[in-house]
Ligand binder design. Structure first.
Ligand SMILES: [Zn+2]
Length: 208
């Protein structure tokens, strides 16, 4: 199923959860938005539009890294002792060379690492766990672990930490239900899906 359909089903899920909560109009809107995002999350493992939308341009990151490398070379050349000079220059050249290999497909991995450091800095467990999710999703094949019970449990953990952190009722159920709605919409039983999902990874890799 395509991204728009997943986002719409996720948003509807958020609306249903919000209506069982008898909550404020702001919270209803918030849960609809959260459902929409959660309904898209499992497809972060695709090399597609969704990845490009949440990641920065690789040219920007490459340029920043190369500037840092160049500055490091100049700085160690003028400021360091003989030994520091050489270490600084070698590291600087290393940064420039490695960053020239950065391609758009690496950007989701870099985003995951960025979100993890954000989680550490802000001391937000949900953000740290989300960063780990993004990092792993960027490295595994499409429709594998993000579309499995393991993925549901892990995302549920992120959702429970998010709800505890922001203190809005319904966050946990919205995220979880929207995530599960994505997996249901991707199963092979539905006539428009050619491929199914490997729900029982790593125990079984049978597609359902
Ligand atoms: Zn999917």
């Amino acid at each position: 199923m395509n991204g728009t359909a997943h986002a719409a089903i996720g948003a509807a899920t958020g609306f249903v959860v919000a209506n069982t909560m008898h909550t404020t109009p702001f919270t209803i809107l918030f849960l609809i938005g959260l459902g929409c995002i959660s309904g898209l999350i499992p497809d972060l493992d695709i090399d597609g539009k969704l990845r490009e939308k949440i990641t920065l341009s690789h040219e920007l990151i490459r340029t920043v890294a190369q500037l840092i490398g160049t500055m490091l070379i100049f700085y160690s050349f003028y400021e360091g002792s003989t030994k520091e000079k050489w270490i600084g220059i070698v590291i600087g050249v290393g940064i420039i060379v490695v960053s020239s290999w950065i391609k758009q497909k690496h950007m989701l991995t870099i985003t995951g690492i960025g979100v993890i450091s954000g989680g550490f800095t802000l001391q937000e467990t949900w953000l740290l766990l989300l960063g780990i999710y993004i990092l792993i999703a960027s490295l595994i094949p499409h429709r594998s672990y993000t579309h499995s019970i393991v993925g549901i449990l892990y995302f549920g953990l992120i959702a429970s930490k998010l709800e505890a952190s922001i203190g809005i009722d319904g966050v946990f159920y919205t995220c979880l239900a929207a995530y599960i709605s994505h997996l249901i919409a991707d199963i092979k039983l539905l006539p428009f899906n050619k491929r199914g999902i490997k729900l029982f990874l790593p125990v079984s890799s049978k597609e359902i």
